[in-house]
Design a protein around this ligand. Structure first.
Ligand SMILES: [Zn+2]
Length: 480
């Protein structure tokens, strides 16, 4: 049996008043955890979130080591032994484990993942200090409040609650804070796995990547990421004779590149559905207005499918990207002087492939479309790798679905294929059933601040996310 609620006492790392954090504005929780007083735990976790925001881990350069040390200090105080894994100079991950038995069984273990680094800020566009962790109107502001320090603090709260309650675990629970997620460079999860896989090998993982979407004060649906698209950069290179700009010719490389980019920009790759995307639209139709729902139901019909795909793609650019390989031109370069026609002009395409698609097939279609012997494509190194989709039939997916539905008033839970990449693809390539669920209910408006200006998370939402995450972990990993 678990310990009863209320037997655990918490002391915050730093007094709440000193942090400018008001008392928890959320009324009694609907689904209290048998493991912990989640309100008190959330208040502590909010302090961790604030202090993590104050440690600037903007990537580049990242400097995640300071945040890793901060987390290690909290874990140590709780009697959990952390290990700091240096991935590159000044760049570290931190890992800690609660054991279920003397001998670990990695295939059963549950890994809680979040990343330490954040993207940069355009300081002039912020109305508050991006690294101040200011509390205002029930929100905590700062870079990382959404992505991903809130999840880091919630994961920390979950493993600490398990430890404090001396819960009997039926599988190991591993906490992992990664570095260099945003740039995916030389200090990312790829080298981390290559050097240290035995330290956090697991059969299941919970990571960012899925969302709890709230509208009008009510959770509309929950998207659990089970799959993700694959990022590939492709250079488009146009060549032509260089020469004096006073005597233009038709084979100017800049003109040929511009024409190619214009054609590519107007191109829409063919639509392919897989189980995750199919079930996503089926579930979303149930909470969409009648007109959109009608077209969602028609996506794969023979008579109206093509029209439905166009309507749905036009209605939401994210839906358009979920159904097909997407192409976004992102960089342009040509020329050295205003009066010299350059011999070469280049553009970069950031392509996001559906997991089953290959770049060669898409480039075949683009070559035909551009149809210009002066233009060629060059696939860039370090392309993402297609990972298998996490199972929608696993025990863990069933637990996530059940708990989330209880937490959010029966809101539909949809499997989700994210257009963006997360660390989960690397885990899936190592046979981990990894799911993305960032458990804090947010509106589309607040979600748009992710990687944007005045990033913020409401304290009520944070508390709900801490409770949800703890309930998922305890349902899956604690012996009942
Ligand atoms: Zn993130």
């Amino acid at each position: 049996m678990l310990l009863q609620a209320g037997v655990i006492f918490f002391t915050a790392v730093v007094p709440l008043a000193a942090q400018g954090i008001p008392p928890n504005p959320t009324p009694a929780h609907a689904n209290p955890s048998p493991l912990a007083d989640t309100e008190a735990l959330s208040r502590e976790a909010l302090v961790w979130l604030a202090q993590l925001i104050q440690i600037n881990t903007t990537n580049p350069p990242g400097n995640e080591q300071a945040a890793a040390k901060y987390i290690a200090g909290i874990l140590e105080k709780e009697g959990i032994t952390p290990e700091i894994l240096e991935v590159a100079p000044g760049r570290s991950a931190v890992v800690a484990r609660l054991r279920s038995s003397a001998i670990s069984n990695p295939s059963r273990a549950l890994l809680l993942v979040a990343h330490l680094d954040v993207v940069g800020v355009e300081r002039a566009r912020w109305t508050v200090d991006p690294f101040g962790a200011l509390m205002k109107d029930g929100y905590i502001y700062g870079r990382g409040a959404l992505d991903d320090k809130s999840m880091l603090a919630a994961n920390l709260a979950a493993i600490i609650a398990l430890k404090r309650s001396s819960a009997r675990l039926n599988r190991d629970v591993i906490f992992l804070a990664t570095d260099d997620e945003e740039a995916g460079g030389d200090a990312s999860i790829r080298p981390l796995i290559a050097k240290n896989w035995d330290k956090f090998a697991a059969g299941y993982a919970l990571n960012e990547g899925g969302e709890v979407i709230s509208k009008g004060g009510k959770v509309q649906y929950v998207a659990v990421q089970a799959s993700e698209k694959v990022s590939v950069n492709v250079a488009v290179i146009a060549k032509g004779p260089s020469g004096h700009a006073a005597i233009p010719t038709k084979d100017n490389a800049v003109v040929h590149l511009a024409a190619a980019v214009a054609k590519i920009g107007a191109y829409s790759a063919p639509v392919h559905f897989n189980t995750v995307v199919r079930r996503y639209f089926e579930g979303l139709a149930a909470v969409s207005d009648d007109e959109i729902a009608k077209w969602m139901h028609s996506l794969e019909t023979t008579d109206r499918g093509e029209h439905a795909q166009r309507v749905i793609s036009d209605a939401n650019p994210q839906w358009a990207s979920m159904m097909r390989d997407s192409i976004a031109p992102t960089l342009l370069s040509a020329g050295v002087r205003a009066n010299v026609i350059p011999g070469e002009a280049r553009a970069m395409l950031n392509i996001r492939l559906l997991p089953g698609d290959t770049i060669d097939v898409l480039l075949g279609a683009l070559s035909k479309l551009v149809n210009d012997p002066q233009v060629r494509f060059e696939v860039q190194p370090n392309a993402g790798l297609a990972a298998p989709t996490s199972s929608l039939e696993s025990d863990f997916y069933a637990v996530i679905t059940k708990v989330v539905s209880q937490e959010f008033g029966g809101a539909p839970v949809l499997p989700y294929q994210s257009p963006w990449a997360t660390d989960s693809s690397q885990l899936r390539l190592h046979n981990v059933q990894a799911y993305g669920l960032w458990p804090f209910p947010v509106t589309d408006e607040d979600l748009a601040r992710m990687h944007g200006d005045d990033e913020r998370l409401s304290v009520a939402s944070f508390n709900k996310g801490v409770e949800t995450l703890l309930n998922i972990v305890s349902d899956f990993a604690v012996t009942k």
